[in-house]
Design a binder for this molecule. Sequence first.
Ligand code: MLT
Length: 202
Amino acid sequence: ALSFVHRFEPATDAGAPPLLLLHGTGGDENDLIQLGRMLSPGSALLSPRGKVLEGGAPRFFRRLREGVFDEEDVRFRAAELANFVTEARKVYDLAAPVAVGFSNGANIAAAMLLTRPEVLAGAVLLRAMVPLAAPPAADLKGRGVLLLSGGMDPIVPEENAERLAAQLRAAGARLDHRTLPVGHGLSQADIGLARQWLAAPQ
Ligand code: MLT
């Protein structure tokens, strides 16, 4: 059996890229299904539930407090999730997915990009921050990453998002980083930009 509780929705358009949906703290495998459908109609959707519980709230890795991560757990959980994606691709006969992650889900997606770059075809990172202060030298050459930050995000300082952008660029990702005049929550602008980006060839 696959090692994460998850939802899977098969593709209805074989040309649309599979999406790996990664929820924020306190979410679950159902949270981003509607968003996934909106962002890329016809895509297969693979949506796991984070295994770490923080006061009952599912997450994808442990943190010491808001914005301060247990980096050993980040590495362990990124590997565990990467292995799940590899297994799920066999079970559901999927191409490498594009991750769509929000908040904590964007952070584990960024950790996977930096530690297991072969697992994802690309990523949409919504309000991501640096998951690992000193990531290994990953090869993301040719992989597209859309990073959408909030200029008024109380959780992710602009400097931190810039640092993540630099890490991804250094690894060779084709990075598109936009900072929107919004906070930590998602806005219509996020949805429009992500939808456009996903519709363009990866
Ligand atoms: C995290 O813990 O990954 C970030 O603080 C975002 C969050 O989940 O609040």
